[in-house]
Design a protein around this ligand. Structure first.
Ligand code: DGP
Length: 112
């Protein structure tokens, strides 16, 4: 997979406001926030998009969700929304799997 802006953040080649890190993943604030709190949780493994993940990634995908919920709690969020854009037609722009975590405002349903 070609290098993305997120692999550069993992490698500390470009700066980011990192709020959580462990051996499997990283969470950092979105540069273009869509809510008062908006951060991304990404695996260190360079999976381009969710549909590229396989059975071997089962534990990692669960870990991303647990970290998303844990960091949301640390950010003081009780209600929050998770979003994963899969593919350009679903508004994915960075092809390194990421979970958006948004909170601090109300959200409508269905999403746009
Ligand atoms: P998506 O459209 O789902 O691929 O979302 C990509 C998000 O990544 C978008 O909300 C903006 C964010 N983003 C893009 N480049 C950077 C960057 O260099 N730093 C940070 N912190 N966020 C970025």
């Amino acid at each position: 997979m070609s290098e993305t802006i997120f692999s550069k953040i993992i490698d500390r080649e470009i700066p980011a406001d990192i709020i959580y890190e462990d051996d499997q993943c990283l969470a950092f604030r979105d540069i273009n926030p869509q809510a008062p709190t908006h951060f991304l949780v990404i695996p260190k493994k360079p999976i381009p998009k969710l549909s590229d993940a396989g059975g071997e990634d089962k534990e990692l995908l669960g870990h991303l969700l647990l970290v998303a919920g844990q960091v949301a709690g640390e950010e003081g969020l009780e209600d929050f929304r998770l979003n994963v854009n899969n593919g350009a037609g679903a508004s994915q722009t960075v092809f390194h799997l990421h979970v958006h975590v948004l909170g601090g405002r109300s959200f409508s349903w269905p999403p746009g």
